[in-house]
Design a protein around this ligand. Structure first.
Ligand code: M6R
Length: 609
């Protein structure tokens, strides 16, 4: 799981690679590397850590080269040390490759007759590609690639260069995504894990399909399949906007993105609601007849997006009155789910590139289900795979820890639920008060953000503890799950979420005076039951910090601290509760001095299964 990049053209290829890699760094930041050809020899630069570390190692003088490949790594096989950084070269230093994916048969290949004498320099699965390629190479790059691909199992997107072909570059794909962009005059060719790295350029873009190989040579591109047949590809024009990274004066992208939410939530609904509160989604092409006939919906996603799916499931089921299931994407294809001709599968993803969600969508497609993407990134793999997409319009989310995407996902899914429910059975006036209240949410988020200092104070008090239980009931349970994930991810603390009623069935055994209970109390439906559950925890000496709405009674007598939130209906309580808990996690991480925007071991986009 990584970002790969290749450049062949009229500009400085090393500079182009560094720029491209920075735009792909969200795919992994364990190590980075670049290889190029200089005077008939392969040269390479590698560094563990972020692209900045690599940049420091490169002296641009005498490096005006036209061809280079680069890689930013999220370690799968072998630790994040320099020798495991890509590009990987073969024993003879003739070929260099960068790889995104996992070669599942790498160990078998290493011990095979062809490779058993080979001296491997790294612990990675990817190096096997370079070594195999080298053995298969008989003066023809394409034939060597075909042969190599036939021997590999698993997922891959690769870019390769060979010292004897200083004006050629090879790219190939199986499962992991790969895009190739070029200008109208074909003076520059850029290969990238995704179009993000084409930032600010107007390019003709080709997306490779599984087992397609692109060969760029003499200012032209040829695409070939594994039988060496040429494939006609029609490029699409992509005018990609400049991706600008700015913390806008905040200390971290995370804090900026938490503060973006009054606007991003508004953007998710404002242009989709007409004056008469009709709901309209741009370029929405799921047929109304089909939507009316839907008899079940499977929502699939990972991480934070999965938590959004849990909230959507409850709301959609209640409004549209059909059976909805929510499936963790990495598990979905191993279950024998029931698909009917009226099943809709909704994939939720900020990045639109998550490999597990892509795999779940493939299962949906194999079962002929209609598919809808709820994604932030346009032109992403998931949005291209689905029959229709609704975009979050949340803008670039840089911090690995997802915040504004989550609140936008809930907003979009709530709108979709009302849209579908109205098509099916709901009278328009039944949703009026809900939509009116939704319009007040940006203002209520703003009010929550004003409690910045107070939440900071509470974070100081609890930052020295190591173990946290996040409790909630009904919609406050997925809210608690999401809040616990935030704390784990950026503070490296042990934070477990439970439905509060489950405590007595086991987890209560863990409670003592050193355990902090973070209680989400903003659902009226379950408020009294929640208080009883908190009493049970308090009786066992737990310390309690509660997030409760201003009109709640009794909580202040139970909890050690209360963060008071704006009053909302149960469905919309998720917004103030989540924003307050995001700030709480942020401050704890800040006090504990972690790398908030780039937490250890993680990547913004997870492109391996
Ligand atoms: O891009 P996606 O929404 O598909 O990503 C899914 C998860 O990897 C992601 O939400 C992850 O859990 C976040 N880092 C959580 O903050």
């Amino acid at each position: 799981m990584c970002g790969i990049f290749g450049y062949l053209g009229s500009k400085n290829s090393i500079k182009a690679c560094l720029t491209g890699l920075k735009l792909l760094e969200y795919r992994g930041y364990d190590s980075a590397g670049i290889a190029a050809i200089k005077k008939g020899r392969l040269i390479q630069f590698k560094a563990s850590g972020k692209i900045k570390a690599l940049e420091k190692k490169i002296n641009m003088k005498d490096l005006k080269l036209n061809l280079a490949i680069g890689h930013t790594r999220w370690a799968t096989h072998g630790p994040a040390i320099e020798k495991n950084a890509h590009p990987h070269l073969d024993e003879k230093n003739s070929v260099a490759i960068v790889h995104n994916g996992i070669i599942e048969n790498y160990n078998i290949l290493k011990k095979s007759f062809k490779l058993k004498q080979t001296k491997f320099r790294s612990e990675t699965d990817s190096e096997v590609i370079a070594q195999l390629f080298s053995i298969n190479y008989k003066n023809d790059l394409v034939l060597a690639t075909i042969e190599t691909l036939k021997q590999l199992k698993g997922s891959l997107a690769i870019v390769a260069i060979h010292k004897d072909h200083p004006n050629e570059i090879i790219a190939a794909k199986r499962e992991s995504p790969l895009a190739i962009g070029y200008d109208d005059k074909k003076t520059e060719f850029i290969i990238s894990s995704d179009p993000n790295a084409f930032s600010g350029r107007n390019l003709n873009v080709i997306f490779l399909k599984n087992d397609e190989i692109a060969h760029i040579k003499n200012g032209d591109i040829t695409v070939i399949d594994l039988k060496n047949n040429k494939i006609l590809k029609t490029p699409q024009k992509l005018n990609s906007k400049n991706l600008t990274f700015s913390k806008k004066g905040f200390d971290h992208y995370l804090l900026k993105e938490i503060f973006d939410q009054p606007i991003t939530v508004q953007k998710a609904f404002i242009d989709r609601l007409t004056e008469n509160d009709e709901i309209e989604f741009e370029n929405f092409n799921l047929d109304k007849k089909f939507l009316k006939s839907i008899d079940n919906i499977i929502i699939t996603a990972c991480g934070t997006s999965y938590h959004a799916s849990l909230i959507a499931k409850t709301f959609l089921q209640e409004k549209a009155k059909i059976f909805i299931s929510s499936e963790i994407a990495s598990e979905m294809r191993f279950k024998n789910l029931i698909f009917t001709k009226n099943t809709l599968v909704i994939a939720i993803s900020q990045s639109g590139e998550t490999a597990d969600t892509v795999a779940a969508l493939k299962t949906a497609k194999e079962n002929n289900a209609k598919t809808l993407a709820i994604v932030n990134v346009q032109n992403s793999t998931i949005s291209r795979m689905c029959d229709s997409s609704i975009f979050l319009k949340a803008g670039l989310e840089v911090s690995v820890c997802s915040t504004k995407a989550f609140s936008s996902q809930i907003t979009v899914l709530y709108l979709f639920a009302i849209y579908l429910a109205r098509l099916k059975n709901m009278k328009k006036k039944e949703s009026t008060s809900f939509l009116n209240e939704l319009k007040t949410i940006p203002r209520k988020i703003k009010k929550t953000l004003k409690d910045f200092d107070l939440i900071h104070e509470k974070a100081k008090k609890y930052s020295q503890y190591e173990n946290f239980f996040f409790l909630g009931r009904n919609l406050m349970y997925p809210t608690a799950m999401e809040a616990a994930l935030k704390l784990k991810e950026i503070s490296y603390l042990n934070a477990n979420a439970y439905p509060a009623g489950e405590m007595k069935h086991g987890p209560l055994a863990l409670i003592d005076s050193k355990l902090i209970v973070i209680a989400f109390c903003a659902n009226k439906k379950t408020y009294d039951k929640m208080l009883s559950n908190l009493m049970e925890a308090k009786a066992r000496n737990a310390q309690i910090l509660a997030f409760a709405t201003k009109k709640s009674y009794g909580i202040e007598d139970i909890a050690d601290d209360v963060i008071w939130l704006e009053e909302t209906s149960d469905e919309l309580a998720i917004f103030p509760s989540t924003v307050a808990s995001q700030l709480f996690a942020y401050f704890i991480a800040k006090i504990r001095k972690t790398d908030i925007d780039h937490p250890r071991n993680l990547a913004k986009t997870v492109t391996v299964e």
